[in-house]
Design a protein around this ligand. Structure first.
Ligand code: TMP
Length: 251
């Protein structure tokens, strides 16, 4: 049990929290209801997919590592003034979170050209961007999370103008915290993907994981990739890269 798993007086222990029905299953996580309508349990799986599920594998220990990384980062993001769904880590693979309705707009923040941005625009991977680039995708496995713009999200009712403004503001705030955080740990934060949700009172909060599955991390000194691109691109050493990122984040 690590620090963020400890139960404080008055809190229910993990055993006292009843896991209800499955609310959602994604490619890397399951979300369960609890006896408290305002709280969900998120369970991290070892399953890895790429290219919208075309490539599949188990990455041993990934669920536990991504849970540990997310559980280490979220309290620090909260402390930096970013509201999140996170309550606490419950176990190796589980977190207790506030129940949210996920806004079906994925937000990609880019510091450096890579991945689909490089491919789409013919910009060499590793080219620094003179200002952060925010991109939006429609969260739809069936469609492969297509790139959209804010007009699309507004026109189709996926989010309101106020929500999109808040999402952008929070995404930039997350970048402002994470970029130097990783720099101090010898890691260049190339890009990352965020998801947001709304609480019952409509507050927009950061949700989902922040992990090597959802970020690009390059070692500052060597340029070595320490993220899911090792799996996507068959570079080997996937488990080691994830474990190395956990070590750097928590040490
Ligand atoms: P991309 O360059 O492939 O569009 O990816 C940008 C960032 O988003 C990268 O850090 C990986 C992350 N990402 C996800 O978290 N989920 C996804 O389904 C995809 C395609 C990318």
């Amino acid at each position: 049990m690590n620090e963020s798993q400890q139960t404080t007086p008055g809190q229910k222990t993990p055993e006292q929290i009843t896991r209800g029905g499955l609310r959602y299953e994604g490619k890397a996580k399951r979300v369960y209801a609890t006896a408290d309508a305002g709280q969900y349990i998120v369970e991290y799986k070892d399953d890895a997919t790429a290219f919208n599920g075309v490539k599949r594998a188990q990455i041993e220990g990934k669920g536990a590592i991504n849970n540990a990384i997310t559980s280490a980062l979220y309290p620090q993001l909260e402390a930096a003034g970013i509201p999140t769904h996170f309550i606490r880590q419950l176990s190796e693979r589980e977190q207790l979170v506030c129940a949210v309705q996920i806004i079906p707009v994925e937000v990609i923040v880019r510091n450096v050209a890579a991945g689909s941005f490089s491919k789409r625009l013919g910009i060499e991977e590793g080219t620094p961007l003179s200002r952060p680039v925010i991109e939006y995708c429609y969260k739809s496995d069936a469609l492969g999370d297509p790139l959209i713009n804010t007009d699309t999200a507004l026109s189709l009712g996926w989010a309101t103008e106020a929500q999109l403004l808040r999402v952008r503001e929070l995404a930039l705030k997350v970048r402002h915290f994470l970029t130097p955080f990783f720099e101090a740990r010898g890691v260049r934060l190339i890009d990352f993907k965020l998801e947001f949700g709304t609480l019952a009172d409509e507050t927009v909060v950061l949700a989902d994981e922040i992990s090597p599955d959802t970020c690009r991390f390059w070692d500052t000194a060597t340029g070595e990739k320490l993220d899911k691109d090792r799996f996507r691109r068959d570079l080997g050493g996937v488990e080691d890269a994830y474990a190395e990122m956990l070590r750097r984040i928590t040490s």
